[in-house]
Design a binder for this molecule. Structure first.
Ligand code: 4AD
Ligand code: MG
Length: 461
């Protein structure tokens, strides 16, 4: 089969020639002696018009096709300079692979995103989700290209772990124990020694700790895979299962880390603008009117930089606008993050040097002993898209911090070893892949950029 993409991209090669295409019917219009089918074949954002005539023996069958039917069309590609579409197929044969029932849920009208979420198995056939999931796919490819071009090694970090990287206790437990008959020890606590792994395990919240071990061997590495968080936040930006890109670099400090993050985001934006122009135009017209201008501005300007302390001073002046009042020491809420990046900086901005109390145990302590070498990247429309830091490489300071937080050091022997055997200054970050896709497409809900979203009380299909 020739694809619609090939026809659009290499039209000279196909014009006035016989082609065979296969796809799904978006609409059928028939008059007495001929009819039109709009066909989408999934290879390209645009559709192809098919003209068929009553000289075909199955003319009646074709005219009765319902929206969604799967067909194969053989015919001649002809130019139609006066029409809306640049060409059409004059069909010689239309073979019906499978008609569609008349109650097909995707009729030729605009459906709400909420409605489409109830039919996750069919929504990839719509324009919006064709565009979203092609951009998602390209975005993943661009990220791999960015790192591979610079010699980063892709590490496959495990999905089942025994640790809680972020220390936030938001983990999904993994167990084979019989919930109706859980074994207990002499103190009445669950006896995990009888569990599959002989200990308590969970789905990973981040591949960072494993990545750090590889960074201390390969220098520049990244992982890109699913992560899981049992956060009970039912928002448009949180999913229970999401993908994360986590580079980790030896001999790199916080500034190197921010430079890498900025270069990566710009590379990905550029790649998607160049390689999915039809999809990006669609988003710009129907989803988010300023999208292309904004993204083009981002790739041609520098990200902003502000310390947490400075950011708090800027935000405190606007406390009358917030539900949660800002004060030094508070964790920035989405409303604050968005205000900073949308109203104050009007572009992506890195916030650095957060109070240690609101960040994870592994971040490098600053000289003030109050803040850590952390960086979050905030973008308009979303807020936090990246979280990262320089890591604590001083074993004594790290152990002290773990003690303060009550972490069991025996669980982190491997991590402490990295500080014992050839420790380097090193840094890394995590980019939330779905938030990146939201940023690139202007889509407002994380449920609409994940093929099969998992959120609170929702694990369908
Ligand atoms: O800021 P976070 O929690 O950082 C880490 O996990 C570090 N270990 C990363 C590292 O340094 N290697 O998460 C990183 C990013 C966030 O900025 C956000 O974009 C995304 O992951 N994220 C989520 N995305 C969707 N749903 C959720 N529930 C998310 N939680 C975090
Ligand atoms: Mg974070």
């Amino acid at each position: 089969l020739t694809t619609v993409k090939e026809i659009y991209k290499e039209r000279e090669k196909y014009l006035d020639k016989e082609v065979t295409v296969g796809g799904w019917v978006r609409s059928v219009r028939d008059s007495k002696t001929f009819g039109f089918i709009v066909l989408h074949d999934g290879s390209f954002f645009e559709t192809l018009q098919v003209v068929y005539h009553d000289t075909m023996e199955n003319f009646a069958e074709i005219s009765k096709l319902n929206v969604g039917a799967a067909i194969i069309v053989k015919g001649t590609l002809v130019a139609t300079p006066q029409a809306k579409q640049p060409f059409e197929i004059q069909a010689a044969e239309v073979t019906v692979e499978g008609n569609s029932a008349p109650d097909y849920p995707l009729q030729k009208k605009r459906h709400s995103l909420e409605y489409l979420r109830t039919i996750t198995h069919l929504r990839p056939r719509t324009n919006t989700f064709q565009a979203v999931f092609r951009v998602r796919s390209l975005c993943a490819y661009a990220i791999h290209r960015f790192f591979q071009e610079q010699g980063f090694v892709y590490v496959h970090t495990p999905l089942i772990t025994g640790s809680d990287c972020e220390g936030a206790g938001e983990m999904f437990q993994v167990t084979t124990l019989d919930m109706n008959n859980v074994p207990t020890d002499d103190k009445g606590a669950v006896d995990y020694s009888q569990d599959f792994f002989g200990k308590e395990t969970n789905l990973t919240v981040s591949g960072q700790l494993n990545c750090e071990t590889f960074a201390q061997a390969f220098r520049n590495v990244y992982t890109f895979g699913p992560t899981f968080r049992a956060e009970n936040s039912n928002t448009t930006r949180h999913a229970a299962e999401f993908w994360m890109i986590e580079p980790e670099c030896a001999f790199a400090d916080l500034n190197d880390n921010m430079d890498l993050a900025e270069a990566m985001l710009k590379y990905v934006i550029r790649y998607v603008l160049e390689n999915a122009p039809e999809e990006m135009n669609f988003f710009n017209s129907f989803v988010d009117k300023g999208l292309l201008d904004r993204l083009n501005h981002v790739i041609n300007s520098e990200f902003g930089h502000v310390t947490y302390t400075e950011a708090v001073e800027l935000l405190e002046k606007n406390n009358d606008k917030f539900d949660y009042k800002v004060f030094w020491g508070c964790d920035l809420q989405t409303e604050h993050e968005r205000y900073l990046t949308e109203e104050i900086f009007k572009k992506p901005v890195f916030v650095t040097d957060y109070p240690k109390e609101i960040k994870a145990f592994y971040m490098k302590m600053n000289e003030d002993n109050k803040t850590v070498a952390a960086m979050d990247c905030l973008v308009p429309g979303i807020g936090e898209i990246i979280g990262g830091s320089q890591r604590e490489d001083d074993i004594e300071k790290l152990e002290k911090r773990m003690d303060e937080l009550g972490l069991k050091k025996e669980d982190y022997d491997f991590y402490l070893d990295l500080r014992k055997y050839g420790s380097t200054r090193h840094s890394g970050f995590g980019l939330g892949f779905e938030r990146c896709v939201m940023y690139l497409t202007g889509m407002g809900n994380i449920r609409d950029v994940i093929p099969f979203p998992r959120t609170v009380k929702n694990c369908d299909l």
